[in-house]
Design a protein around this ligand. Sequence first.
Ligand code: ASP
Length: 313
Amino acid sequence: MRNYGIAIHGGAGTVSKVKMTKWKAEAYKQALKRAYTVGYLTLHKGGSALDAVTEAVIILENSYLFNAGKGSVFTHTGKHEMDAAVMEGKKLKAGAVAGVQSVKNPVLLAKAIMKKSKHVLLSGEQALTFAKKHQLEIEDDAYFYDEFRYKQWQRAIASDTVQLDHDEGGSTDQDKKFGTVGAVALDKKGNLAAATSTGGMVNKKFGRIGDSPIIGSGTYANNESCAISCTGHGEFFLRAVVAHEVSARMLYKGETLQEATQFIIHEALPKMGGRGGLIGIDAAGNIVLPFNTKGMYRGFKSSDNREFVDIFK
Ligand code: ASP
C-alpha cells in the first residue's frame, strides 16, 4: 500500500521556554494534535490531500491560539486582514486570498477561489464580496477580538513597531514568534497538497501582504516533487521564493526533500537574515519540519504509524 500522511505547523519563532507554561504548551499541543488527526482521518478514509490540509487548517483557524482566522493579529488601524492559500499538486491548481476581513475561514475562501473562479489570487473588499457570493461564513469584529492580541497591538502602536508576529511580552526581538498556520499532505492516490493561513504582522500598515498567499513563496505543491507550507519573516520568504525553490532543487538538482529544505532554511535564508521554518512532504511520504528559530509549533501523522507533536528543538 502507498504511504500517506499529513504535517502541520502553527508558526515558528523565538518561543520563550520560560514563558511557556506546562498548561499553555499542552493547549498548543492538543490543538495541533486535533488538527493533524482530523486531516489524517480524511486521508485514511481515502479523502484527498486537498481536503485533508483544508480541514487541518480550519481547526487551527478556529483556535484563538494561532495567528490565523479567529486568532489573527491586529493591523495598524485595528482590523484583521488575513491571507491564505491552497495548492494541489496534480494539476498545479491554486487559490489564494490577501488582505481579506471578516471571513471566518480564509482557507475555505482560498479553496473556493481555486474551484469556483477563473483566478488564483483575490484581495481585500472584493474578495469578501466573492466570499459572500459563495456563502462562506462571515463573522463580526467581536469574533476576532482577543484581549491578548489587543494588548499586543497597543504595545506595538506605542513603540511604533510593525511586529513580525505575536510578541509574548518582550519589546525587542526576544520572545517573538510567528503564528501562521499551515498543512501539507500526501493522499492514497499519490496527490500532494499544501495550505497556509495567516493574520500577517502585528500593526501592519499599507495593506502589507506576506509570503503565505503567494504561490511559490509561502505555499506550493507539485506531485512531481513536494508540498510545502512556510512560516516566518514573510519578506525574506518572498525574496527567496522558498516553497518553489525547494521543489526546483528537487526537480532540477536531484536533491531530496531533506537536502533541499536543509539548504534553504539553514543556509540560504540565514545568509539573507531570514528567520522561520517550513513543513514539507514528498511524493513518497517523507516528511520534514526544519526551522532556524528557537521553536516551531509542528506535528505530523503518517500511515507508517508515526506521530509527532512538538514546539521546541
Ligand atoms: N509568514 C507570515 C507573514 O510574513 C508570518 C508568519 O509566518 O507568521 O505574513
